[in-house]
Design a protein around this ligand. Structure first.
Ligand SMILES: NC(=O)c1ccc[n+]([C@@H]2O[C@H](COP(=O)([O-])OP(=O)(O)OC[C@H]3O[C@@H](n4cnc5c(N)ncnc54)[C@H](O)[C@@H]3O)[C@@H](O)[C@H]2O)c1
Length: 344
């Protein structure tokens, strides 16, 4: 049986047992939703540092585990009960990384090694989430998977996430190459949708939150830097199609939607779609992130490799993406207000 809501085919796989690390996070919880729809038995493990158990669907096929990927015995036990692992647990978001680069490095490096070790012991497929951050400041028109990386000094905390994700990729590749473990590497480019929070530096939920509160929308720098946004629903379908594909092992894939938008245009779109009376306020990078912050002017994925392998063709455009975040935040605000009202 296959579902037809996307161009590519995502197959139902009743009874398949899947572990999702970081399962209570933004992408993780959408992945869990999709896996449940496809008939999987899912274990979601999360230390709840940025995720929330409330993100997870309440369903008999989902086992929730509050714990860390740094807990090797726990990971070993969970992995012994599954057929595949999606490894999403990571310290994520520019704010998180700038605040505590050491924690980010430990989770992303040591955590990944623990996950890969457990997968090797129990001989299960693994998908590791890298990031488009590995390309650093390479502003080429359509980054392909084997393009060069352009990074600032390793002493700038801002690049520690990119450094760690690059090592994560090298590790996953080495486990495939040297040990024959079926690993797949994914490099997401700004995945967005409901449940993503603006607290850790993600731009769309942050701007949407400001618009709904009728506050000025803070756009960093001159706002002419561009980004590409992809809806999380399409991203998780691509991940499911990819993990089971034998031609994907030992390889990295860009995951995103190549349409570029400047942050200034994005802010204008958010104001219009929300009907907000907010204005745009330009904030220097030094004020937003401290002195010495290096940003990239653009980062555009070439998704030919993913398209050729699984037929990936993202169709949900920017307005749909922004509207889905608006709707989600409106619902959360209404729920919060009714809770407060109930207390009063
Ligand atoms: N959202 C994006 O656009 C994007 C872009 C590039 C890469 N990624 C990668 O995708 C993955 C998911 O990101 P997300 O956007 O859903 O962010 P997220 O913060 O919502 O998800 C990460 C999850 O990992 C959990 N976590 C952190 N440390 C942990 C630990 N030690 N043990 C167990 N759980 C832990 C967090 O609580 C959170 O639920 C991450 O690996 C991230 O690096 C996301």
């Amino acid at each position: 049986m296959a579902t037809d809501n996307t161009a590519w085919q995502v197959r139902a796989n009743p009874g398949r047992r899947t572990l999702v690390t970081g399962g209570a996070g933004f992408i993780g919880s959408h992945l869990v939703d999709r896996l449940v729809e496809l008939g999987h038995q899912v274990i979601a493990v999360d230390d709840l540092s940025t995720g929330r158990m409330a993100n997870l669907v309440d369903h008999p096929s989902v086992e929730r585990v509050a714990g860390s990927v740094l807990d090797a015995p726990l990971l070993d036990e969970l992995t012994s009960r599954v057929d595949e692992v999606y490894h999403l647990a990571a310290a994520v978001g520019v704010n998180t990384i700038l605040k505590d680069p050491l924690r980010s490095l430990r989770t992303n490096l040591h955590g990944t090694e623990i996950v890969l070790n457990a997968a090797l012991r129990h001989q299960v497929q693994v998908m590791v989430m890298s990031s488009s951050e590995v390309y650093g400041m390479n502003t080429s028109d359509g980054l392909t998977e084997d393009d060069d990386r352009v990074l600032g000094s390793p002493l700038l905390a801002r690049w520690s996430y990119a450094e760690a994700k690059a090592v994560v990729e090298t590790l996953a590749y080495a486990y495939w190459r040297n040990e024959g473990l079926p690993t797949v590497i994914v490099r997401p480019f700004n995945i967005v949708g409901p449940r993503q929070t603006g607290r850790y530096g993600m731009v769309i939920p942050r701007l949407v939150g400001q618009a709904l509160r009728d506050e000025p929308l803070s756009v960093y720098g001159d706002g002419r830097q561009t980004r590409c946004f992809c809806h999380v629903r399409e991203a998780v379908d691509a991940m499911v199609a990819l993990i089971g594909h034998p031609d994907a092992y030992g390889q990295a894939f860009n995951l995103g939607r190549p349409e570029e938008v400047s942050i200034r245009e994005l802010a204008e779109r958010v104001i219009e779609l929300s009907g907000s009376s907010s204005s745009i306020q330009y904030v220097p990078y030094s004020k937003a992130y401290g002195e010495g912050f290096q940003d990239m002017r653009r980062r555009v994925p070439d998704i030919t490799k993913l398209r050729d392998l699984i037929g990936f063709e993202p169709r949900l455009g920017l307005d749909t993406i922004v509207m889905s975040v608006l709707e989600d935040q409106r619902q959360s605000r209404t729920a919060e207000l009714s809770t407060l009202g109930g207390r009063g």
